[in-house]
Every structure is written in structure tokens, then in C-alpha cells.
Design a protein. Structure first.
Length: 280
């Protein structure tokens, strides 16, 4: 094939993605994924899941074609700040910051450190999240107190949730966080999880049917809550027993039954235009 024809097709594909993302914004744009799969399969997986947005815990999108549906994250390492402005996309409406700073195995930052760094984040995006810490623990409570005292700009609160397929309990948790802080909510990681399950020991007590039922119950409720602006299911690895039934993508790259259920959900009044509508 002539190189000019190939280049034209790529340009048209990129333009199509941008137009579809813009169209999706006219309906609900809440449904997304926390996505850690290789760049080589990113477009195909994102297209199959029919999501409106995604993030991958970094400042760079998983593929060029999906860039306009990507939300960057400053994960929380202080050395990243020196080049953060340069590394971020040219236009950044929303910026997620500090992934689980209250955990030693994650960002592992103190409240004082985050508060000192906060002025350096201002101006990097139109809207900046609060840190993704456990909302009812001392770390987050203290940070929110400090943010009010210092008038730090915080647009929304991101929360993580991993538990059994109890939709009422999950929705109560979401409602309580909003009641506590009075800010919009992004659910940036959630999935049905069995913490007692082990890969070479105790099998996961939940099934794909349990997870599908959970998804069918909670997604319409998240769409109805105006204060929930976005939510992202964790694209868990199928090899992790605690999360295995919640996996969206199987080891062969195809959607699981749960992935198909998540992909098939369309909010009431949504124009059904997903972030990506073609396979890479």
C-alpha cells in the first residue's frame, strides 16, 4: 500500500477518535476504567470496553489515539514535580494526584509534604483532585482540614473501593464520603474483591455472576447521583485470585463475561458514543 494512503488512514482514524470523544461528552461521560495494560493492546481493549474515559496512574496516555479520553495522574513522587508541567498533555482539564499517599507501598507521603507541594500543582489543570487516601481515616481528615484552613483548591474527591458484591453497602460508602466532604466524587478504583482468596490456596468465593449482578445494580445508581462525576472499574489481572472474577479482560485479550457486562451498560439518555469505536 502506498505510504500516503496509509498515512491518510491513520489521520482519519485519529480524527474519528477525537470526534467520538467530543460526542460522548454530550451525554454521560462517567464510565471509565483504571487501565494498566500494555500500549500495544490499549486501543483494542479500550474500544471493546466502550468507556468514556480512562487513566493509567501516569501522566501519559496508553496510546496516541486515546489521548483525548485520557486523564493524567501525578502519582506522588516528589522528583516528578520538576518535569510535571512538561510531561502533562498540552490541555489538562482534570488531574488526579497522590495515589494512596497514606500507604507505605504506594505514594507514601505525609500530609505536611503534600500541603507544601500543593502550590506547585496549581495551574497544571482546570480541576485538581484531592489525594486518593482512605476517606474516613486520619490522613484524609487531616488533609481536608488543612486544605480548608489554607484555602487549597480541590475540585473533587477520588475514592477506591474493594469489597464483596453488596451494592447497598458500596453505595452507602459513596454517599457517606460525599456527605462528609461535600465535594463531587470520582470513584477511581473499584471492583468486587475477596481479600481472603489466595492464588495457591483459598479460591475466590465470588463468581462472575455475582460481579455482573453487582455491576447491573450499581452503575445505574452512580449515573443517577449527580455528585458522582466519574467512575472507573479496575481492569484487574485475571491471575490475581482476590480479583479474578472482576477481571474485564482475559489473558487472551478478549473481554470476559464481566467485561462484556461492563461494556454493554449505557446510561439513560446517553448518546452511546464511546471513547473509542474501532479496534486498533
Amino acid at each position: 500500500m502506498h505510504p500516503r494512503v496509509t498515512g491518510l488512514r491513520r489521520a482519519l482514524a485519529f480524527t474519528l477518535v477525537s470526534l467520538l470523544c467530543a460526542a460522548a461528552a454530550t451525554g454521560s461521560d462517567k464510565k471509565g476504567v483504571a487501565f494498566g495494560l500494555p500500549a500495544g493492546t490499549a486501543d483494542r481493549s479500550l474500544a471493546a470496553l466502550k468507556i468514556d474515559w480512562y487513566y493509567n496512574w501516569t501522566v501519559r496516555p496508553s496510546s496516541k489515539a486515546s489521548a483525548s479520553c485520557f486523564v493524567p495522574m501525578y502519582w506522588g513522587r516528589s522528583w516528578q514535580l520538576a518535569t510535571l508541567k512538561h510531561d502533562l498533555p498540552q490541555r489538562t482539564p482534570d488531574l488526579l494526584v497522590y495515589n494512596e499517599p497514606d500507604r507505605s507501598t504506594q505514594a507514601n507521603r505525609t500530609v505536611d509534604e503534600v500541603v507544601r507541594e500543593w502550590p506547585r500543582l496549581l495551574g497544571l489543570a482546570d480541576r485538581i483532585s484531592a489525594p486518593a487516601a482512605k476517606p474516613f481515616d486520619d490522613w484524609m481528615r487531616r488533609f481536608m482540614q488543612e486544605s480548608r484552613a489554607r484555602r487549597l483548591e480541590i475540585a473533587f474527591v477520588p475514592i477506591h473501593w474493594y469489597g464483596g458484591p453488596d451494592s447497598r453497602r458500596f453505595l452507602r460508602y459513596v454517599d457517606r464520603v460525599h456527605e462528609l466532604y461535600g465535594l463531587p466524587i470520582w470513584i477511581t478504583e473499584f471492583a468486587v474483591t475477596d481479600w481472603k482468596a489466595k492464588k495457591y490456596g483459598t479460591p475466590n468465593r465470588f463468581t462472575e455472576d455475582d460481579v455482573i449482578h453487582f455491576i447491573e445494580e450499581v452503575l445505574p445508581e452512580l449515573e443517577r447521583r449527580d455528585f458522582v462525576k466519574r467512575y472507573a472499574w479496575l481492569t484487574a489481572e485475571s491471575s490475581k485470585e482476590s480479583l479474578r472474577p472482576s477481571s474485564l479482560i482475559a489473558s487472551d485479550g478478549k473481554l470476559t463475561r464481566v467485561g462484556k457486562a461492563y461494556a454493554s451498560f449505557v446510561a439513560d439518555g446517553e448518546d452511546a458514543s464511546p471513547c473509542l469505536a474501532f479496534g486498533a
